[in-house]
Design a binder for this molecule. Sequence first.
Ligand SMILES: C[S@@+](CC[C@H](N)C(=O)[O-])C[C@H]1O[C@@H](n2cnc3c(N)ncnc32)[C@H](O)[C@@H]1O
Length: 210
Amino acid sequence: MTSDVLTAKARVFDRWAPNYDWLFTTVFYQAVHQRLLSYVNLPDHSPTAVLDIGCGTGKLLNRLAAQYPQLQGTGLDLSSEMLRQARRSNGHRPRLIFVPGASEAMPFANHHFQAAFSTISFLHYPDPQQVFVEVSRILRPGGQFYLVDYTTLFELGTQQNVAGLGGSMHFYSPQQREMLATNAGLIHNAHHSLLGPVLLSIFTKTEILS
Ligand SMILES: C[S@@+](CC[C@H](N)C(=O)[O-])C[C@H]1O[C@@H](n2cnc3c(N)ncnc32)[C@H](O)[C@@H]1O
């Protein structure tokens, strides 16, 4: 079931990839990235390994690499065509690399990253709890997870499912995000409204999980 959903999502984003940075939507995504950056706190003068899950064409990592000269960024995405675009427009080789994989089973060692990002990708995940468990696994203690996605304001504490883009999409309330995080060993720091219904939630990895 999960693998069928992932295959369908990859197909949709493979088709979208060649136009992703041309359509009007990119203006929206870039405004979201810009606002997100004002809340990001990474070391300025030491090498910092960061992961962008569902990285798409890699625009957020390029922006982060420009702001943090020591940053080493990895982009993970299901869609080979999105990755192709990301590699073509990689302005910070070899500090940025882009690898294939699913957010539900990340191909990385435990505690490898100091920060993880997910912008407008979490809504596509068929098993959000598993993604939080994976984020917790790959983060170092004290590492931060910046989750940016549409939220639902209608029913606090529940998730909202909407049909579209290769299967259903899921919007989570602030409380729902906090519950998923707590179950995975992350603590919640803050929520910030970025643009319309797009909410940034920041979490910290507190303890080493087995
Ligand atoms: C709307 S795009 C957002 C891309 C990028 N984060 C941005 O802000 O522009 C969603 C991305 O998530 C990826 N994606 C969706 N489900 C995924 C999954 N389960 N694992 C990894 N990537 C996934 C898609 O392939 C697509 O590139």
